[in-house]
Design a protein around this ligand. Structure first.
Ligand SMILES: *Cc1c(COP(=O)(O)O)cnc(C)c1O
Length: 403
């Protein structure tokens, strides 16, 4: 295929373990294993842990991994070295950043978020707000009405940059500027952005952000997440979940907490070394390219998919994902009343996407390992499913636990 022959990213596909004959359009949910991740994990198991044992904390520099890996995530989001740490999981890091940020605007009583936000984000923001030292109300609004809803009582705005259902990408710098104009702080969730779209937290003046390690970054199931704190807030914003490894001198065993400098203060517990090894390997693949190159191919893949769906299956699906490039992430969402059955019938034909309630077929396009021929073949299978009635099969009336 000519498009694949001209693709400068094509060789990176060989860096991944992919099943023969399968088209994986779900790297936005769980990225695949890379050779580098496999090598790093094996090295940690069989050399570092097996041989070095407790010495590993020193000789293998395990303690430095959260900030070292943070420095390698930093270029993917446009941050400076020292502004990112890898730890915990995304929901936990959001809780820390929300709790810390609230204390920076003590006279304000409202947090604004998106009613269409990911449920975990909504649970955690509500929980942190309800336990704050002063009354704090969370208002989950229509994100389109942000400018009308924001007021001088808003302490923090928390939004997910690429909508997990629709794939819509929000205006990072425009929204952050509007939030700052109202005197509030901005926390972005980059779960569906990091490794998928170029980000410029410095240019956009973002205060805080957090993102996921196991989606587009390919760090493995339940991989550690990352947090970004702008340099100007470091040493000012506090980690509301202090633990020994965020202490300035953890091995002095002092009874009073004194935060470490920089992003180390956002570490609470012992780093998960095996999981960090997988993420470290996964990042090596990103270090062989850059986000602009990845973005160009991602848009070409999603453009092609949308065009083919519309020409081969006119009127069958409602394409929910915006056409405008500046408003599109790296996934395409198709609405259909029988979306669950459509996705299951495709999975049986080895095209792996996922279903998001109530009626979305979701397909992630990951330029590191997807080929243009995969897009043609996936649409061919979709046509096969929709032309018959495979998607109406009785078996698909009962949903799996993970959809
Ligand atoms: C995946 C995801 C999460 C959950 O992350 P965990 O690491 O499992 O806590 C939170 N928010 C958004 C928007 C997500 O897409």
């Amino acid at each position: 295929m000519a498009l694949d022959a001209a693709d400068s990213l094509a060789p990176l596909r060989d860096e991944f373990f992919l099943n023969d004959g399968e088209i994986y359009l779900d790297g936005n949910s769980l990225g695949p294993l890379s050779r580098a991740a496999s090598t790093r994990v094996n090295d940690v198991l069989n050399r570092q842990w097996a041989k070095d044992l407790v010495r590993g904390w020193n000789v293998d520099e395990w303690m430095a991994l959260p900030t070292q890996l943070g420095n390698r995530v930093a270029p993917l989001i446009g941050a400076k070295p020292g502004e990112v740490v890898v730890a915990d999981t995304l929901t936990i890091l959001l809780a820390k950043l929300i709790g810390g940020a609230l204390e920076l605007r003590p006279d304000r009583h409202v947090i604004l978020t998106d009613v269409a936000n990911f449920h975990s984000d909504l649970y955690v923001v509500e929980a942190v707000a309800s336990r704050a030292a002063r009354p704090v109300t969370v208002r989950a609004i229509d994100r389109g009405a942000l400018e009308e809803e924001i007021s001088d009582d808003v302490a923090l705005v928390m939004l997910t940059h690429v909508d997990f259902r629709s794939g819509e990408m929000l205006n990072l710098s425009g929204i952050t500027a509007a939030v700052h104009d109202a005197g509030a702080l901005m926390l972005w969730d980059f779960a569906h952005s990091t490794g998928a779209v170029p980000l410029d937290v410095e240019g956009a003046n973002v205060d805080f952000a957090a993102g996921c390690g196991y989606k587009y970054l390919n760090g493995g199931p339940g991989a550690p997440a990352f947090a970004y704190v702008r340099t100007t807030w470091q040493g000012v914003v506090e980690n509301p979940l202090p633990g020994w490894l965020g202490h300035a001198r953890p091995f002095d065993f002092e009874l009073t907490y004194e935060p470490a400098t920089g992003m180390q203060a956002f570490v609470t517990s012992s780093p998960s070394i095996i999981a960090l090894a997988a993420l470290s390997g996964a990042l090596e693949v990103f270090e062989r390219t850059n986000m602009d190159e990845l973005r160009a191919k991602s848009l070409a893949l999603t453009d092609l998919f949308i065009d083919l769906v519309e020409t081969r299956l006119p009127g069958v699906f409602d394409v929910v994902t915006p056409r405008a490039h500046e408003r599109r992430g790296s996934q395409v969402a198709l609405r259909h009343d029988e979306a669950y059955g459509v996705v299951q019938a495709l999975i049986e034909r080895r095209v792996i996407g996922d279903f998001r309630a109530p009626d979305i077929c979701r397909f992630g396009f990951t330029p590191l390992y997807l080929r243009f021929v995969d897009v043609f073949d996936a649409v061919e299978k979709l046509v096969e499913v929709m032309d018959g009635d495979a998607f109406l099969d009785e078996r698909f009336k009962i949903r799996n636990a993970v959809t």
